[in-house]
Design a protein around this ligand. Structure first.
Ligand code: URA
Length: 233
């Protein structure tokens, strides 16, 4: 609330009056309403809401919950499937071999990893790296949705079949859908191959070249420019 000159002169008159009648000090009340005391960022509030999650059985086998990481105002967000062994150990997304490839892909786009946001469909490691079950996805997805709302990225890259199917709410074929913009709650979603899949297909350049084409479309959407040699990741 702003104060006008009239307000200020009334306050000054009132303080003069109080001094005249013998007051020498004044104790002002401290505001304690929600607006002032709840200073958690939206992402920290979501993390707090998740707490020591026991909403599904994936929690039983986890070492660390993998919330996601990156810039809170990222223009670009990557969504994978779920933590693997390395991510479970470190509590951070995409830090294993697939993560190293993802980091190279991000750099090839002319970005730093810290400039984007990286998260997964499920936040706890499925045992033996199996696909997450539908009910596990359903328990976890509202939190990812809240993260996406908080970050409000301009584009989401969906990494692999599980991520893209979960975000779209229907089963998809990656070879058919990749490279074709979809929408998640109004935000453009680019489906592309999962880096772990690209590592399994390393003997054939075609797959990485396709993924690079998809990322180049994302770069055009974000008006990013590089030397164009990203497919050498
Ligand atoms: N694979 C994923 O889908 N997510 C990770 O965080 C790591 C590997």
């Amino acid at each position: 609330m702003g104060l006008s000159d009239d307000n200020l002169s009334e306050i000054s008159d009132y303080i003069g009056y109080l001094l005249n009648i013998g007051y020498s000090e004044m104790v002002l009340p401290v505001r304690q309403d929600a607006e002032v005391s709840n200073s958690l960022s939206p992402l920290s509030s979501i993390r707090q809401e998740i707490g020591d999650c026991r909403r599904c059985p994936l929690s039983e086998g986890r070492t660390n919950l993998v919330f996601g990481e990156g810039a809170a105002t990222a223009r670009l967000m990557f969504v994978g499937e779920g933590p693997g062994a390395d991510e479970d150990r470190e509590g951070r997304p995409f830090v294993g071999r697939a993560g190293q490839l993802l980091t190279r892909m991000i750099k090839a786009m002319g970005l730093e990893r810290s400039e984007v946001y990286i998260a997964n469909i499920v936040k706890c490691r499925p045992p033996g790296n199996r696909d997450p079950e539908q009910f596990e996805i359903e328990k976890c997805l509202p939190f990812l949705q809240a993260q996406i709302e908080a970050i409000c990225p301009e584009v989401i890259v969906g990494l692999g079949r599980v991520a893209v199917s979960s975000l779209l709410g229907r089963k998809v074929s990656m070879t058919r859908i990749r490279g074709n913009i979809q929408y998640f709650n109004g935000i453009p979603l680019m489906p592309t191959y999962h880096p772990a899949f690209l590592l399994r297909k390393e003997h054939d350049r075609k797959w990485k070249a396709d993924a690079w084409e998809d990322l180049k479309k994302v770069m055009a959407m974000l008006d990013l420019h590089t030397d164009g040699h990203g497919d050498s990741t």
